[in-house]
Design a protein. Structure first.
Length: 466
């Protein structure tokens, strides 16, 4: 496989496929609004959409530092699925049934995104093939069976456990010994979704100012180099770029994730792989991978790469390290040997928001009018939609337009978490954690034992993931 001609960066393959947009006009000066949303990714745009649909006369302004979808919304793996970060912790804090309600809301959210995309004529290459997660070592198979049982216990009665033969009939992953499949998932083209969503909210009357970085958020004020937007509600929807805001350096850690996309693969290669159901594909490794078969028959595959930049730094327009490209290429060829001669057309990276306790949250501080949502830990394509509808309900409740709803009483609402450690402990901790996970994965590849490697267990405890 050649990577000589690989485009590295340029935001993402999804933008190479669609073209980088010309940014909308920046904020022209001081302004007022009923609601100011900081961040033009999925969270901000979905929030603007649902608020405007609920109360059409609202004056809503979205402020975006680059252009809508510049961050994770335009760089992710295109997994619209029902996973949510922190569910197990919420079960411990609020009880099992509360976490079941949260999971059911996520299951329904997949269908909600598909519904709205169809209703608003957003063609995002959505295909509801579900999510297939595979195991290819004894330790992974043991984790997969445990994972499957836990998902059933949280209400996923339609989840299916498959053996090696049945897994191979769906997707021929080399060495796969089992898999679990849920129907609550779909593949999509991330940029087509974010572009369509931005155009939709603009047509509804939402004002979007791009090339307008917000430097500081205060109650009723969003400060930018061009002026200040004043509004009763200021909503922070900045996910992995939250650390760029004044006072937010240690709020959420910007975790890097990297991806590659192959050239379109010929029919002969797909005949060996299968994947006719176009499920999104994941595995049970500790440093896990995620992949999709794109609408034009490429494989887009991602993983962690270099997980974190010192001082909560973010990348330069999606460029990633050559070693990361090679590592992802190696995973691709190990899973699908017939892709060995395929060209890697594009590689890129992006950041996602990770809270210290690895729990996604939605919050509205009723005393200040400040709200935020995020910390999705890589599960944001669907979770952003649930977060947006929850922010809508919280604002309507706060403004006296409605009472509590099913969404405002979910256990992730108004959850607070401590800040990340200062440097260099933050950098040392994250890099040490992923070094441990990669070591555990290598050991499990050659081990006949079904138990999780003790190095990974120790990393889980130290990181606070479990």
């Amino acid at each position: 496989m050649s990577t000589v001609s690989t485009v590295n960066g340029g935001i993402s393959f999804w933008y190479a496929d669609q073209g980088t947009p010309i940014p909308r006009e920046p904020l022209p000066g001081d302004a007022t609004a009923d609601i100011c949303i900081v961040g033009g990714g999925y969270t901000g745009l979905w929030t603007a959409y649902y608020l405007k649909k609920a109360v059409p006369f609202l004056n809503i302004t979205v402020l975006e530092a680059k252009f809508c979808g510049y961050g994770a919304s335009g760089r992710n793996g295109g997994w619209l699925y029902n996973g949510i970060a922190g569910r197990d912790r919420y079960a411990k804090l609020h009880g099992h049934e509360a976490a079941v309600r949260l999971q059911q809301a996520m299951n329904d959210t997949v269908d909600e995104v598909v519904r709205v995309a169809a209703e608003e004529n957003i063609d995002a290459d959505i295909h509801q093939g579900g999510v297939l997660e595979v195991a290819y070592t004894p330790a992974q198979l043991a984790r997969l069976k445990d994972f499957h049982s836990v998902e059933i216990a949280f209400g996923e009665k339609d989840r299916v456990l498959r053996g090696a033969r049945e897994t191979g009939e769906r997707i021929n992953v080399t060495g796969a010994v089992g898999s679990t499949w849920t129907p609550h998932g779909a593949r999509l083209h991330p940029v087509k979704l974010v572009k369509g969503l931005a155009a939709t909210v603009e047509a509804l009357g939402v004002t979007i100012h791009e090339s307008t970085p917000v430097t500081e958020i205060k109650p009723k004020h969003a400060h930018t180099p061009y002026g200040t937007v004043r509004a009763p509600y200021i909503l922070r929807c900045t996910e992995g770029f939250t650390a760029n805001l004044k006072g937010q350096r240690r709020t959420w850690l910007p975790m890097n994730s990297s991806m590659i996309a192959t050239e379109p693969l010929p029919r002969s290669v797909w005949d060996t792989i299968g994947w006719d159901g176009r499920e999104t594909l994941g595995d049970m490794a500790h440093a896990y991978m995620y992949a999709q078969r794109t609408a034009d028959d490429r494989i887009a595959l991602g993983g962690r790469g270099v997980p974190y930049r010192y001082g909560s730094g973010t990348d330069n327009d999606g460029r990633t390290q050559p070693a990361t490209i090679e590592a992802l290429r190696d995973i691709l060829v190990r899973l699908f040997p017939t892709t060995g001669a395929a060209r890697i057309d594009h590689a890129w990276s992006g950041v996602l928001g990770v809270p210290r306790d690895w729990c996604a949250t939605v919050t509205l501080d009723r005393s200040t009018g400040l709200g935020w949502a995020g910390g999705y830990v890589g599960s944001g394509v669907a979770t952003t939609n649930l977060a947006a509808r929850t922010l809508r309900d919280l604002i309507q409740q706060d403004s006296g337009q409605s009472g509590p709803t099913d969404l405002t009483t979910l256990p992730w609402v108004n959850h607070r978490v401590r800040r990340w450690e200062p440097e260099p402990f933050r950098w040392l901790g994250v890099h040490g954690m992923y070094a441990a996970y990669r070591t555990a994965d290598r050991r499990e590849l050659t081990s006949p034992r079904p138990g999780t490697d003790p190095i990974a267990k120790a990393a889980d405890r130290l990181s606070g993931r479990h």
